[in-house]
Design a protein around this ligand. Sequence first.
Ligand code: CO
Length: 152
Amino acid sequence: MAIRNIIKMGDPLLRKKCKVVDAFDSRLHMLLDDLKDTLHYAEGLGLAAPQVGVLKRVCIVEYEGNSYELVNPVVVKTSGKCVDNEGCLSVVGFRGLVERPEKIDLEYYDRNGVKRFLHAEGYFARVFLHEIDHLDGILFADKMIKKIPDED
Ligand code: CO
C-alpha cells in the first residue's frame, strides 16, 4: 500500500488511451490498493490509473461512504442530461460546469475478474463518467461549458 504521485494536466500520460486489463493478479490488486490510499490522501471522489501514470483501464470511486473498484468499465446505456460542477485531482486552479447524462448503466469487472453491473444517477453517475473519461485521455476541462476559477 502506498500513496502515489498524481500527475497534472499537461502531462502527456493523461492524454493516452488506456489498455484493457487481462490479468486479475497481485499487480492489479496493488494498483487498486494504491489508488485507494492515494484517493484518501488527496480527499477526492474518484481516481483513475492514468492519473498515477499507469495506462490501464482501472479506476476507483468513493461516494457516500461506499467504495467501488472498476476494471475495464464500459458505459452500456445512458439517458437524460444534466449540468453540474466538477473538479479533478489532476487539474489545478479551476473547476467547471460539464453536461453529462443523468442516468447510466455500467458493466465492469471487480478485482477478481467477476463481471458486475451498476446503475447510477445524478452526481453519482457523473463521478463514474468523469473517471471513465480519464481512461480515454479525456479531462473535464475538454468538455466544460463554463470555467469556474478556484476561490482561494
Ligand atoms: Co479527474
